[in-house]
Ligand binder design. Sequence first.
Ligand SMILES: [Zn+2]
Ligand SMILES: [Zn+2]
Length: 342
Amino acid sequence: MTATMQAVRYLGPKQDFQLRAVNIPAPSDGQVRVRIAACGVCRTELHLRDGLLDLGRRDFTVGHEIAGTIDAVGEDVSPARIGERVVIYYYEGCGNCRTCRDGDEQLCPSPRAQPGFTSDGGYAEYITVRARNCVKLPVDFPLTQAAPLGCAGSTAVHAGKLARLAPGEWAVIHGFGGVGMATLQYAAACGARTIAIGLGATSLQLARDLGATAIIDAAETPDVVAQIAAITGEGADAVFDLVGTAASLRASAAMLRRRGRLVLIGYTSEEFTIHPVELIVREIAVLGSVGSTLADLYEAVDLVSRGLLTPVIDRVLPLQDFADALEAVEHQALRGRIVLTP
Ligand SMILES: [Zn+2]
Ligand SMILES: [Zn+2]
């Protein structure tokens, strides 16, 4: 009889996730099995549940911010890796297309696996993944704190690179959740001056603690764009929009200086329209940013090891409380990521 484990399953759009008993997977050739210690709760899980993101697959385990310990290896993987503490890169591209050849597996049109999106993810006790997707963590770095590197940390590095931040530039973090906190720290590590726009004193105090040059409480600032102009003089060099509403995106575009870069990371059901002349005469670049490359995750881990990036955890909950965690992500002002432990 095969041993089973608890896993939180996505069954289809507009359905609540279900806790089920599923078989503990065995690693196949080139894979390892990771005993999961922690999995972060990302807003993307809400998008999956609500049907905003639907990649066509059904009946898989959700969760893509995964840290744990390798406990078994398949053929062609050195048994020396057993016991390694790792964070998991959640894309496995085809390896043959142009984007994969360039290292941009997150853009692969025919990925082999995407844990938590189209294949089994991290709201579970074990996962099997390609061995090279496991990035070794610094000694003694807590696995619960490492989990958010898998999405929030690596996404921040990726978006920051797309924005080509330079020392002294003004970077606006528009929306201050898990990815925003990491983006703020990455921008600061690049030498940029940072402005966090968030809601509520608690989350903005956190932005201050993380070294934001300035903070803006959107709830108490009638004209956020004017406030950015007052702080920066000519506008922001880069704005990272993590809110993704029509209103936030319009404001984000308006905050930019000439030749500024607008980086889109967050999204909602709302569409964003802008008159071309607003982009043309100011030479604005609009950049979509999705996930990260494997190299970006390595860089996030390196930043952690140098003390330049610290994942912030709001609370740790047991896996079976996943519904409470999602409810909190949806409705509460969090002070960092919620992490589930099996
Ligand atoms: Zn995510
Ligand atoms: Zn590919």
